[in-house]
Design a protein. Structure first.
Length: 164
């Protein structure tokens, strides 16, 4: 009985820590190079109301399937204060492919290169793709990992609900 009670307390404390951290995470400003070789900060390119940060890689099939859908969401909501920032976490061997992949997918939003995955690793995200939805204060208001067909509807609904 005592052993079960201890497990329950540990579970509750773990859950409490997870929930309190998930809602309070703020993404600090950072500088990364764009595919146009321009050094940009998050604060320079974020949306006035919402920002989607999409961590992706050229070798990740779900990532490249999600990007055109994110581009559609960006096109639909950019005039309402949404910005989308794609952050490629490709390594030294594949970083040269980032611009060509983004161009072939006809991506209109900003693509940044994080060759050492420093930004993604700083917040301990590990899945590709990982999508963050930030409010105007850079606070993570929603997080989505992975991508399967249809996820774009959920992503768009999260954006639309927060822009209303």
């Amino acid at each position: 009985m005592k052993h079960t009670y201890q497990k329950y307390i540990i579970f509750c404390l773990t859950l409490l820590c997870f929930c309190s951290n998930a809602n309070a995470q703020v993404i600090d400003d950072f500088y990364l190079e764009s595919t146009d070789s321009e050094l940009l900060s998050l604060d320079e390119i974020k949306g006035s109301k919402l920002t989607i940060i999409d961590f992706w890689a050229t070798w990740c099939k779900p990532c490249t399937k999600a990007m055109p859908k994110l581009n559609d969401i960006y096109s639909k909501y950019k005039d309402q204060g949404l910005s989308v920032v794609g952050i490629s976490c490709d390594g030294p061997r594949s970083i040269s492919k980032v611009a060509s992949v983004a161009n072939s997918l006809e991506i209109d939003y900003t693509i940044l290169k994080d060759i050492n995955c420093e930004v993604m690793n700083a917040y301990q995200y590990q899945a590709f793709p990982t999508l963050l939805l930030l409010d105007e204060h850079n606070e993570v208001v929603w997080l989505h990992e992975g991508y399967v067909s249809g996820d774009e509807k959920t992503i768009e609904q999260e954006v639309a609900d927060r822009l209303d």
